[in-house]
Ligand binder design. Structure first.
Ligand SMILES: [Zn+2]
Length: 301
């Protein structure tokens, strides 16, 4: 049972917006693409876990401050007798494992996912002990990408490769598991401790007038166009969306980028760029947002 679904983080939404609408430095571009790829990998993993029928709780994207430290768990699974934290990595291509470290074949060291898993598992273990639970923890790093190869891969590390996912999921599904109110309490407590902000996000500077306007496709890196009065469409990936949904999504994005801006019809008309009828836009905003003020001075909350 899914108790906490996965959403795109605010950091990812903002970085995608900056990637699409501004001229990011090569370093920031790379950082955005890494974030996006990581998120896609987590969504791929969700496609496996969502098929399980067993009595298990799933908590996605848990970010907790504990003991003056912060830790993140991509997916946390609670079964009757074990807690399984998963660190999902969407590495692609050839990597090398040597002296307890991960390298690309060009010998660039990358952050060791096993270290990340160990750290988050240790903090999680302390935390659940602290709130009165003693369930054993069994973490795994998931290499979700089928085009990932690890040379000199260690045998005795908690790693699951994409080729092993089906059998691992079968194992999880057949685990003897009957959850009780105690498990629920543990899950709810962890979810209540979740912090929405990622402490690691630092953004490049940006200004409203420098940003390219338009409605961004949520599925690809392109802008949507109006198909008709009701639908938006992406010519790049074929994604289609109700006009209202796309507009409200863009309003949320604008608010995230510029919390101080007053949302008016004129501003959103400019921001979305592709909505020809201001009257239609105004009606959509009126129907979905709380309006304050009168006439020309209406703004939305
Ligand atoms: Zn698209």
């Amino acid at each position: 049972m899914l108790l906490k679904p996965r959403y795109k983080s605010n950091e990812l939404i903002i970085m995608k917006s900056l990637f699409m609408r501004t001229n990011l430095s090569a370093k920031d571009k790379k950082y955005y693409l890494k974030l996006e790829k990581g998120y896609q990998g987590e969504v791929m993993f969700d496609q496996y876990t969502s098929k399980l029928q067993n009595d298990l709780y799933f908590i996605n994207d848990l970010c907790i401050d504990f003991n003056n430290a912060n830790f993140q768990i991509d997916t946390l699974t609670i079964s009757q007798s074990t807690i399984f934290p998963f660190e999902v990595k969407n590495f692609e291509g050839n990597y090398l494992y040597e002296n307890d470290s991960f390298y690309t074949l060009s010998r660039d060291e990358v952050q060791n996912p096993l270290d990340q898993l160990k750290r988050s598992s240790t903090l999680l273990r302390q935390l659940i002990k602290n709130i009165g639970f003693h369930t054993p923890i069994e973490g795994n790093v998931i290499f979700i990408n089928p085009d990932f190869t690890l040379y000199q891969a260690p045998l005795n590390k908690p790693i699951i490769y994409s080729t092993q996912l089906n059998s691992y999921m079968k194992k999880l599904n057949q685990l003897p598991s009957k959850l009780t109110s105690n498990h629920r309490e543990l899950a709810e407590t962890l979810i209540s401790m979740h912090q929405n902000k990622s402490p690691y996000s630092r953004f490049p500077r940006y200004r409203y007038d420098q940003m390219q306007k338009g409605i961004i496709c949520p599925e690809s890196n392109s802008f949507l166009i109006c198909k008709d009065d009701k639908k938006l469409v992406c010519v790049d990936c074929g994604y289609e969306e109700e006009l209202g949904t796309g507009i409200l999504r863009s309003v949320e994005e604008l608010r995230l980028l510029f919390p101080e801006l007053k949302i008016t019809t004129t501003l959103i008309h400019e921001w979305c760029n592709v909505i020809h009828s201001k009257k239609l836009l105004r009606r959509i905003l009126m129907e979905n947002l709380m309006a304050t003020g009168y006439g020309r001075w209406v703004f939305f909350e």
